[in-house]
Design a protein around this ligand. Structure first.
Ligand code: FES
Length: 319
């Protein structure tokens, strides 16, 4: 397992109930010293076993500089990272986590901020809300979940925060406004941030295609369904290494680079974290990650080599 950042040893200090299927985990440094600082939108890799690590958004602000707090939803499918935390973790156990990385940072702006969350996507969104409020910005938060009971931080969102709208999707009665209804009312100058399930973020991307790229920001917390599928075989030229490699249908470009001894950083291997991003010098890419925006995919200036593939044999990378 290769990480672009060094690993930190931490102790699991507390496990709390958050909402049905969601627990909150607080880690702390072993010696009480501050952990590396972070901003809203940052995540850490948590090492579950030697060959399994998962990415989780950090809640901001940390209660103590020596602590990190994450929310973990029990996944029905997947490699079992959430099951390990939900069913096997014990308070006091030590874990390894990466230093924080942030592919979903807040961009400074004088415009109003509108933050959209679905399900567990509230973790980075509530962190952003808190920082923006603390710095005196105009901010609105919209959160969709099945019911009040299913909403993480429901109490705080209801009673401590202004500009928050909570939508319950399974409570009968009048249907709540949808994402498109809210976005349609907002000026193109507004700063929009979205984090939620794949369908919600796909819809957000579609609804914001005609808005300035600098004003729309999103993060997915799960891989696309095609990220881990096999594809066609293709050839790739690694410019700096002077190598031409063939990527067979059943292997990823990342796996082939590693086997060839090329030094590449990576983490999630699912196209979610952005650690394996490599500059594309020429050639066509079939993008399968959830990191790049639709416009970044169009420009195709970089690719996630853990899941995305060359369309033909013309791909040349800055590796
Ligand atoms: S390793 Fe995470 S996106 Fe490729």
């Amino acid at each position: 397992m290769a990480l672009s950042d060094g690993l930190l040893r931490v102790r699991l200090r507390a496990i709390e109930y958050g909402a049905p299927g969601i627990n909150l985990y607080t880690f702390e440094s072993l010696d009480g010293q501050p952990l590396p600082p972070y901003e809203p939108g940052a995540h850490v890799d948590v090492v579950m076993s030697p060959d399994l690590l998962r990415q989780y958004s950090l809640l901001w602000p940390a209660a103590e500089p020596s602590q990190y707090r994450i929310a973990v939803q029990l996944a029905e499918v997947g490699k079992g990272g959430s099951r390990k935390l939900h069913f096997e973790s014990v308070v006091g156990a030590t874990y390894e986590v990466s230093a924080p990385r942030n592919h979903f940072p807040l961009t400074p702006s004088d415009e109003a901020f509108h933050l959209f969350a679905g399900g567990i996507g509230i973790t980075p969104i509530i962190s952003m809300y808190r920082q923006l409020k603390a710095s005196g910005r105009t901010v609105f938060l919209y959160y969709w979940a099945a019911s009040a009971q299913h909403m993480l931080f429901h109490e705080a969102l209801c009673h401590e925060m202004e500009g928050v709208q909570l939508f319950h999707t399974r409570c009968g009665g009048e249907a709540p406004p949808r994402l498109k209804d809210v976005i349609a009312t907002l000026p193109h100058s507004a700063q929009l941030y979205c984090c939620g399930p794949q369908g919600m973020v796909d819809e957000f991307d579609q609804l914001t295609l005609d808005r300035p790229e600098a004003n729309t920001h999103r993060e997915r917390f799960s891989a696309t369904t095609d990220a881990l599928q096999a594809g066609d075989s293709f050839r790739v030229r690694l410019q700096r290494s002077g190598l031409t490699l063939t990527v067979p249908a059943e292997l990823s470009l990342l796996q082939v680079c590693e086997a060839a001894g090329v030094d590449v950083a990576y983490s999630c291997e699912e196209g979610v974290c952005g650690a394996c991003e490599v500059k594309v010098l020429s050639g066509q890419v079939e993008h399968r990650d959830t990191v790049l925006t639709p416009k970044q995919r169009e420009r195709s200036e970089s690719m996630m080599i853990c899941c995305s593939r060359g369309v033909d044999d013309s791909l040349v990378l800055d590796l």
